[in-house]
Write a protein that binds this ligand. Structure first.
Ligand code: AMP
Length: 355
């Protein structure tokens, strides 16, 4: 048996009934609703403002019910209705970002996954402490600019979409950086980016055993990032800066990738250690997570970030990926979440995956 994450009274609304899978209408909601329907669940779409129309174009992914509030900050007020509907909230990146980590963490509704993970993910210092202590290799961090001996990336705390990140080819080039807030200086890793979509189930007793359960790999993508991905067409960064253009990393889409097969064992080892460390630190990271990093030419994977819930790159794989096809046909991450909720309820173990 794993660790109980939810106070028993929070799960009382789910006793003896099939939960209603609920998420915010954005990010990976089509996939979450589609996967939930395939597993026989009812669904609720939460939205701020008018009822979103674009679901009419996707009948297999349209939620059964919409719950709207005038502004996103008013979402907490929906708690009594959601509890009466037997809702389980499935968090995604935009959900936590739009609603705010604090309001989301305090929301008195059942949430899929361990809400304690939010504090570990949001804080760059804490997530580094977690990943490094798990044995993951991360880009080197420079406390003192005089130690810099190669290209660096300067990141502001909490910067969304790499806004305001500064790239410098050398220590000297850093003279042009005039900070406007707290920042960290990191080694700029040269290599190829991979975003690996893992899934940790604490209630599974088969497959690649990790912690109290098992680890699956459901897909992999690379993000398209504007405008950095197009820089090479226009010339070097210096030329762009002369033209007043600063590189940014705003995600605009995703492309599917696969990893050299010989690198998969190492990817699993790193992911497994990160899960095991999360169990020691805060009771475990449950369900989907994404390891985001750069494979160098020495075939070393340097992790620059972890996302601890479903990432939008999984939207590529509604009908399965080259990895999830080897777990089960037509298995999206959204569907896998629905299966997990169903199985946990059947086993009477919902409190291990819902907080
Ligand atoms: P982050 O906000 O940490 O997710 O970073 C945004 C983007 O910056 C990533 O998707 C990468 O393209 C790039 N990036 C972040 N850290 C590094 C690094 N240490 N070396 C090279 N590129 C990086």
């Amino acid at each position: 048996m794993g660790i109980s994450l939810a106070p028993p009274e929070r799960l009382a609304t789910l006793n003896g009934r099939l939960p209603t899978i609920t998420t915010l209408c954005s990010h990976s909601s089509l996939q979450i609703f589609h996967g939930a329907r395939k597993e026989g669940f009812r669904t609720i779409g939460l939205a701020a403002g008018p009822t979103p129309r674009f679901y009419d174009a996707f009948p297999l992914a349209r939620p059964d019910q919409f719950v709207t509030v005038p502004k996103i900050v008013e979402l907490p007020s929906t708690a009594p209705h959601l509890r009466s509907e037997g809702a389980i909230i499935v968090p995604h990146g935009s959900f936590v970002e739009y609603m705010g980590a604090e309001a989301f963490t305090a929301w008195d509704v059942p949430v899929y996954g361990n809400r304690k993970v939010i504090g570990w993910e949001a804080d760059r210092e804490k997530s580094r402490e977690w990943l490094v202590s798990a044995g993951a290799t991360m880009p080197r961090r420079y406390g003192d600019a005089s130690e810099i001996d190669g290209p660096v990336i300067v990141k502001y705390y909490g910067a969304k979409g790499g806004k305001g990140f500064f790239l410098a080819k050398s220590r000297e080039a850093l003279d042009d950086f005039h900070p406007t807030g707290p920042y960290v200086i990191q080694e700029y890793v040269l290599g190829t980016r991979y975003y690996m979509h893992f899934f940790y189930s604490p209630i599974s007793d088969r497959g690649y055993r990790v912690g109290h359960g098992s680890l699956e790999l459901l897909g992999m993508d690379r993000r398209d990032e504007a405008n950095i991905d197009e820089l090479y067409k226009l010339g070097s960064q210096e030329e762009l800066l002369k033209a007043g253009i600063r590189p940014t990393f705003v995600v605009t889409g995703n492309v599917p990738v696969v990893l050299r097969e010989s690198l998969l064992p190492r990817a699993f080892e790193v992911a497994a250690k990160i899960v095991e460390r999360s169990i020691e630190l805060f009771g475990g990271m449950i369900g989907p997570f994404c390891l985001e990093g750069i494979m160098t030419e020495e075939l070393e994977f340097k992790v620059f970030e972890i996302s601890t819930r479903i990432v939008a790159g999984t939207n590529l794989f509604i009908s399965g990926s080259p990895y999830s096809d080897l777990v089960e046909p037509n298995l999206s991450t959204g569907r896998r979440i629905a299966q997990e909720i169903k199985r946990a309820q059947e086993l009477g173990r919902l409190s291990e995956i819902v907080s």
